[in-house]
Design a protein around this ligand. Structure first.
Ligand code: PMP
Length: 404
């Protein structure tokens, strides 16, 4: 079954053929919609085309597709049972591992998606403070529930009424936002760096991170780090740990289980009682296979220095792309951590160059994204990045030939 045939069939039985951010119609024309399989840092689409994968399923695949240790742990648990009348022992083991790994974590609660975790973290903050308002960075993505989805379609104004926006990395703006609702701030929710789509990424200013912590303390509000996208690719202890800034609550998901569905909220002792009061559950939230995969993933990242591997591969990619862009006469910006990279072309406001180049990369076996950040995995070897750079070089040459 080809991609084109599947799209035709999907159009009849799936709204729009595909919905949400994985709708390939939103990328460049050559992007496949349907994939057949993945192995290590490679994916194959249903038409049999092979790609070196720099999206890693938009983040979850952090050790490479079908990582043996994770697959073995998942299979062992699956042989015992996945969705039982209650969680397995693995839930306690996984919570212990998170508490041991993450200094700001005294407890953990599990769910399935990043949106579950960000929403649950805000509920804990509200339960603890008895307040309603949440300070949130303008343009930041925290999930797809009515309170945070970027499209207002299907939402009501009430569902957004308790959000007050600030500008990422501006302490003045954060303090001004707080001042408008002084006395009623339940939480400040913030991503570890600015990774909004369609824009160059921005690392956090350490003074902003520390200022957000101090403001939350002054207000008696919870500092929530949304580490759903960046978690386990910057620092296993939490993405603001290198700055010495510890949140009250952290939302985790994506890379936690190398592709198995799981999310978590971790929090401090002070919020344990509030967390306990929530009615928070889901039919599949306690399935044991994803928990076994999560434990194996975090242990493997820890034992093998997985983040260091991603940093080496990401640095090789970044340096290679800078050299190639220059040699083809392009000025490019590469932003964000090297483990969660992105490249934009200078002066490419309508993204026409990025769309053309990403399409050309696909033709040369490299899967990157024109307007969303990419993800490295620990499976990207030096040889894989070298091979990918051959493809990107040809893509730059074709892009130059096209635009003159
Ligand atoms: N927060 C951030 C920072 C994210 O990047 C995402 C997912 N892209 C989410 C929350 C929501 O996660 P999910 O799609 O698993 O609900």
């Amino acid at each position: 079954m080809t991609d084109a045939e599947l799209r035709r069939r999907a159009m009849k039985v799936v709204p729009g053929g595909m919905y949400g951010h994985l709708n390939a119609a939103l990328f460049a024309p050559g992007f496949p919609q349907f994939f057949a399989r993945g192995e290590g840092c490679r994916q194959w689409d249903v038409d049999g085309r092979e790609y070196i994968d720099f999206m890693c399923s938009w983040g979850p695949v952090v050790l490479g597709h079908r990582h043996p240790r994770v697959e073995a742990a998942a299979a062992e648990q699956a042989a015992l049972g996945d969705c039982l009348n209650g969680p397995g022992p693995i839930m306690v083991e996984l919570a212990e591992l998170l508490v041991d790994t993450v200094p700001s974590a005294d407890w953990a609660m599990f769910s399935k998606n990043g949106t579950d975790a960000t929403t649950q973290a805000l509920m804990v903050a509200r339960a603890a403070t008895g307040r309603t308002k949440v300070l949130v960075a303008h343009g930041a993505y925290h999930g797809a529930d009515p309170w945070c989805t970027p499209s207002l379609s299907g939402t009501t104004p009430n569902e957004r009424a308790d959000l007050v926006e600030f500008t990422y990395n501006s302490l003045t703006s954060l303090e001004a936002a707080a001042a408008t609702v002084e006395g009623d701030v339940a939480a400040i929710i913030v991503t570890p760096f600015k990774h909004d789509s369609f824009e160059d990424q921005e690392l956090v200013e350490p003074a902003f991170a520390r200022g957000a912590r101090a403001l939350a303390d002054r207000l008696g509000a919870a500092l929530v780090i949304d580490d759903v996208r960046a978690g386990f690719r910057i620092d296993l202890r939490g993405s603001w740990e290198p700055y010495g800034v510890r949140p009250d609550l952290t939302a985790w998901s994506k890379a936690m289980a190398n592709g198995y569905p799981i999310a978590a909220v971790t929090g401090t002792d002070a919020l344990r009682g509030a967390a306990q009061t929530l009615y928070s559950t889901g039919s599949f939230w306690f399935s044991a296979v994803a928990m076994a995969a999560a434990k194996a993933t975090i242990e493997t990242l820890r034992d093998t220095g997985g983040i260091g591997s991603m940093e080496r591969a990401g640095t090789q990619l970044r340096e290679g792309l800078y050299a190639q862009a220059k040699s083809h006469g392009f000025v490019v910006n590469q932003t964000g951590p090297v483990t969660i990279p992105w490249l934009s072309f200078d002066g490419d406001a309508d993204l026409s160059v990025a769309l053309y180049w990403s399409d050309a990369c696909l033709r040369h076996g490299v899967y990157i994204h024109p307007w969303h950040n990419w993800f490295m995995s620990a499976a990207h070897t030096e040889a894989d990045v070298t091979r990918a750079l051959e493809g990107t070089d040809q893509a730059f040459a074709e892009t130059r030939a096209h635009f003159g």
